[in-house]
Ligand binder design. Structure first.
Ligand SMILES: C[S@@+](CC[C@H](N)C(=O)[O-])C[C@H]1O[C@@H](n2cnc3c(N)ncnc32)[C@H](O)[C@@H]1O
Length: 235
């Protein structure tokens, strides 16, 4: 995700609209975060973990990219950084109370059920996983901030991944599309219960325009989908 300038190093922001965890409380009230073991996947520079640590939680920030974690290390914070694939978590069963991800890992994997199944395994019974991704409807629109970004140009149902290649033809960036229905089925198939799906509205204070993000588009079509899931132990 390209960031707006509002993101900072220690705010927990769910997406480009600017909705933060202080306002959203999707992981629960901040006063209940104290001492909670929280796994952040696709942490990048670990802004969310830094905020969680400031609330007294015990975050672990995981990312597959060593370079991202070096960036996190440079910014600082007193919590572990783990370089690993979210599809093979190096943690014991039921070792976290909560898990979260802001635009991390899930959009970039071909097999999201594998990641979700791993998250369910490392969460305690009833534990919550909240993750945000680009709202699937955006797949159908050009990634442009102006009016050209308001006309459907591709099929919402086309799951062909978006791939950028280097000069040698190697994939250097891959993003996978899941429809809303795909995501709901992935969540259920992994042993989670979907308890909410949040579509943040573009707030009036956010006048930022970058990449495909803009108040023009934000006021008309959703940009972020936040899935709130709980480990389902009903059998
Ligand atoms: C768009 S960035 C989001 C970073 C951060 N959560 C934020 O809000 O700024 C996506 C991150 O997911 C990480 N990622 C991609 N695939 C992953 C995987 N399979 N396992 C763990 N992290 C992954 C990338 O390295 C990158 O740091």
């Amino acid at each position: 995700m390209e960031h707006g300038t509002f993101l900072g190093d220690d705010r927990f922001v769910w997406g480009p609209e600017g909705l933060d965890e202080v306002e959203a409380e999707l992981l629960g009230p901040p006063e209940e975060l104290k001492d909670r073991r929280v796994l952040e996947i696709g942490a990048g520079a670990a802004q969310c973990s830094r905020w969680l640590a400031a609330q007294g939680a015990r975050p672990v920030a995981l990312d597959i990219s060593h370079r991202q974690l070096q960036h996190a290390l440079r910014i600082g914070g007193s919590f572990p950084l783990v370089c690993a694939d979210a599809g093979a978590l190096p943690f014991a069963d039921a070792s976290f109370d909560l898990a979260c991800s802001a635009y991390g890992a899930l959009p970039f994997v071909a097999d999201p059920v594998r990641v979700l199944t791993e998250l369910r395994r490392v969460l305690r019974p009833g534990g919550r996983f909240v993750f945000s991704v680009t709202h699937p409807i955006r797949w159908a629109f050009p990634d442009e901030p102006g009016p050209e970004g308001l006309t459907v140009a591709a099929s919402y149902f086309d799951r062909t991944p978006y791939v950028e290649q280097d000069e040698q033809g190697r994939a250097v960036y891959v993003e996978h599309h899941r429809t809303i229905g795909d995501r709901v089925r992935d969540i259920a198939a992994s042993g989670f219960r979907l308890v909410d799906l949040v579509e943040p509205e573009w707030p009036a204070w956010n006048t930022a325009e970058w990449g495909g993000w803009s108040p023009l588009r934000g006021n008309l079509i959703p940009g972020t989908a936040i899935f709130v899931c709980e480990r389902d132990d009903r059998g």
